[in-house]
Design a protein around this ligand. Structure first.
Ligand code: 13P
Length: 248
């Protein structure tokens, strides 16, 4: 059975002490054993996060990685830096990286290949913008963005988590309705099935992201093809993040 996952993307928030406080709150909290939990702090807080969460089953993931193995790339972090620090998961393809840091499909293909080759698990994000949904193009946009991973049938698909994040729902307080989420997630799973077969499609966790909070998590997670959430704002409060994990 595929896993239920609640993953927090902290983005560029939290000082060192605020992060420590959040991590301690998470470490003291409880959530169902069947739910896999991850937090995604900034690079500089990865080590502190691993330390504070050491006695818990909450895993620590990175928010980004560079495609090159090593070299003169000032300010960047390599796959080997992550794996050698004990990090096993990385977010790729987030709409903020696509939009603000010009991460196009060619670059994302390189990053996906580099991460998977290094043995990292990827949380691959994609989703349409508001005007694309208004024009009814959301399925085409998602199918196109998913090509980056669907065109990798040789990949170890147990290391690929998909995260549908409609851009219009990120940080806006607006969420996709449970029906909209289910419709898209079923479409995504059908694409995976067409290209990689029913078994891979059944095993792949597909997360929803975009203004997930304690008050809406349960109805979204109840949808049969929604396997959890990638949470931004609400992952910055231990109580909210734990409440979301307890919404399953
Ligand atoms: P919000 O939960 O703040 O809308 O952010 C979602 C997101 O982008 C997670 O990656």
């Amino acid at each position: 059975m595929r896993k239920n996952i609640v993953a927090g993307n902290w983005k560029m928030n939290l000082t060192h002490s605020a992060a420590a406080q959040l991590l301690e709150g998470l470490a003291a909290g409880s959530y169902p054993e069947a739910v896999r939990m991850l937090v995604g702090p900034s690079f500089i807080q990865l080590e502190q996060s691993q330390r504070i969460l050491a006695d818990t089953s909450i895993q620590v993931m990175a928010q980004n990685v560079h495609q090159a193995a090593k070299g003169a790339y000032t300010g960047e972090v390599s796959t080997e830096m992550l794996t050698s620090a004990g990090i096993q998961t990385v977010i790729l393809g987030h709409s903020e990286r696509r939009e603000m840091f010009q991460e196009d499909e060619a670059l994302l293909t390189q990053k996906v290949d580099a991460a998977l080759a290094a043995g990292l698990e990827i949380v691959f994000c994609f989703g349409e913008k508001l005007d694309e949904r208004k024009q009814g193009k959301q399925n085409d946009v998602v199918a196109q963005q998913l090509e980056v991973v669907l065109s990798r049938p040789q990949a170890d698909w147990s290391k690929i988590v998909l995260a549908y994040e409609p851009v219009w729902a990120i940080g806006t307080g607006e969420t996709a309705s449970p029906e909209q989420a289910q419709e898209m997630h079923a479409f995504i799973r059908s694409l995976v099935e067409q290209r990689l077969g029913a078994e891979v499609a059944e095993q792949t966790s597909i997360l929803y992201g975009g203004s997930v909070k304690p008050s809406n998590a349960s109805e979204i997670f109840q949808q049969p093809d929604v396997d959890g959430g990638l949470v931004g704002g609400a992952s910055l409060q231990a109580e909210d993040f734990l409440a979301i994990a307890n919404a399953f």
